[in-house]
Design a binder for this molecule. Structure first.
Ligand SMILES: Nc1ncnc2c1ncn2[C@@H]1O[C@H](COP(=O)(O)OP(=O)(O)OP(=O)(O)O)[C@@H](O)[C@H]1O
Ligand SMILES: [Mg+2]
Length: 269
């Protein structure tokens, strides 16, 4: 496996589970013993908040690294969780100033490549890096696509969510061409409610339409995700047996087995 393997979440639709995926998938990978860096690339700083880090009090954040060479990338990292099995979660946090940096990056030459460049610094420090994106098609999305090996597209299990996916995919293709980079993607169905017809039908629709580009596992609706964001901890650490945590652990397994033919899961456990 290429290390670190870099994921970014993307969907210009808000509230589909991008941040929840970053934090719960990241923590699920850590329970298998992997070293995980979570990157908050959203000026709303939901991921930073969710990990109980106050965005206003940061001395250094992801935007500083993207706009200036005078910061040491290591200084921006916050060590959040260290597990006994060697797994960890670190955070490269965000704050509202990223919105200003976003404007600067969009008019500077090569602005979209800055994050990719800076993440190279962490080459030997992590097994996985997961980038959380804002709900927009902006230079921050370009930065996330340029930096990642694979895009995770969380989609809510309803038909309204279907509309934006093709737009997102054509945007990603344009970014790939412009930057001469290659990125794969997989859809992840979130907030699935098996009691409703619309959830069942839309899940079938996504699985058929994006046949080779979706995770087999899907994420059920679970009110415990909201509790976790109030407690400001990953659900995987609060209640590993909850429906939501088990779903993301399943996705983590899919990733580990897919990338390493399953060998790594046993090694790392
Ligand atoms: N599977 C789920 N079941 C129930 N609630 C969920 C689930 N996934 C996410 N949520 C809740 O839905 C809300 C939106 O989720 P989240 O913040 O992850 O979306 P987002 O795509 O990151 O939003 P934004 O586009 O604003 O960044 C949150 O309150 C979260 O706790
Ligand atoms: Mg979010």
């Amino acid at each position: 496996m290429k290390a670190p393997y870099i994921f970014a979440t993307a969907n210009q639709k808000g509230g589909v589970g991008k941040t929840t995926t970053v934090i719960t998938l990241g923590s699920s990978l850590s329970v298998f013993g992997f070293r995980v860096l979570l990157v908050d690339l959203d000026p709303q700083a939901s991921l930073t908040n969710h990990l109980a880090v106050e965005p206003e009090k940061l001395e250094c954040y992801v935007g500083d690294l993207m706009i200036s060479d005078s910061f040491n990338p290591a200084d921006a990292i916050i060590n959040k969780y260290r597990l006994k099995n060697g797994g960890c979660i670190d955070l490269l946090p965000s704050n509202i100033n990223l919105a200003r940096i976003e404007a600067e990056l969009s008019i500077s030459k090569g602005g979209g490549l800055k994050l990719r460049e800076k993440l190279k610094f962490f080459k030997n420090s992590y097994d996985y890096i997961i980038i959380d994106s804002s709900p927009a098609l902006s230079v921050l999305l370009i930065s996330a696509v340029a930096a990642s090996d694979e895009i995770i597209i969380p989609v809510m299990a309803d038909f309204l969510s279907a509309r934006g996916v093709d737009l997102l995919l054509s945007t990603i293709t344009k970014i790939e061409k412009a930057l001469d980079t290659k990125c794969t993607y997989r859809l992840l169905i979130t907030m699935f409610d098996r009691r409703t017809n619309s959830s069942l039908k839309s899940a079938d629709y996504f699985k058929n339409k994006y046949r080779n580009n979706h995770f087999s596992g899907l994420i059920n609706i679970d009110t415990k995700f909201r509790d976790a964001s109030l407690i400001k901890k990953p659900l995987t650490y609060i209640d590993i047996h909850s429906r939501g945590a088990l779903d993301y652990i399943g996705v983590a397994r899919e990733i580990i087995n897919g990338l390493d033919g399953g060998d790594n899961e046993g090694d790392k456990k």
